[in-house]
Write a protein that binds this ligand. Structure first.
Ligand SMILES: [Cu+2]
Length: 158
């Protein structure tokens, strides 16, 4: 029998934070996919976190398209002077996570579909996208979403 390593890796932090309400029995499969293996990442998508002079904030690019089954290296650069984060999920889950961040702004999240990056910092997520659909990415540090830090992630059929 092949061990399902990815599921085990994912389940541990979800249990630790207890942030997602969609879990039953501590076992959660995310619609958007799961952490991928670096060796399988066929391409890199570079995403910058930007603070504009007018006070607005943004991701660049603001939309990303990926094919179902693709493993992608998402490489982030925070070009600003504040911390930023990237979380990707269904719109519903992003909104739930956003509400959680507003209740507990200092909350550290260990979710594998999210990363927090300090000023001028870099980071990456390697992700295997499992399902066709419309997803969202966002920075959920309070206020940043409203200032523009969100984007569309579309997973297409092959
Ligand atoms: Cu931000």
């Amino acid at each position: 029998m092949m061990p399902t390593v990815a599921v085990v890796l994912f389940a541990a932090p979800a249990l630790a934070t207890g942030m997602h309400s969609g879990t039953e029995g501590g076992h959660e499969i995310m619609t958007i996919g799961q952490p991928g293996m670096a060796a399988k990442a066929a391409r890199t998508i570079r995403i910058s976190m930007i603070e504009n002079e007018d006070g607005s904030m943004a991701f660049d690019p603001v939309s990303v398209t990926i094919k179902r089954g693709e493993t992608v290296r998402l490489a982030f650069t925070n070009e600003g002077e504040y911390d930023h984060e990237f979380v990707m999920d269904t719109h519903e889950q992003v909104m739930e996570h956003k509400a959680g961040m507003e209740r507990l702004p200092e909350m550290e999240h260990a979710d594998l579909n999210a990363i927090r990056i300090g000023p001028q910092g870099k980071g990456e997520i390697i992700w295997a996208f499992a399902s066709v659909g419309k997803f969202e990415f966002a920075c959920l540090i309070p206020g940043h979403y409203e200032l523009g830090m969100k984007g569309d992630l579309t997973v297409t059929a092959n």
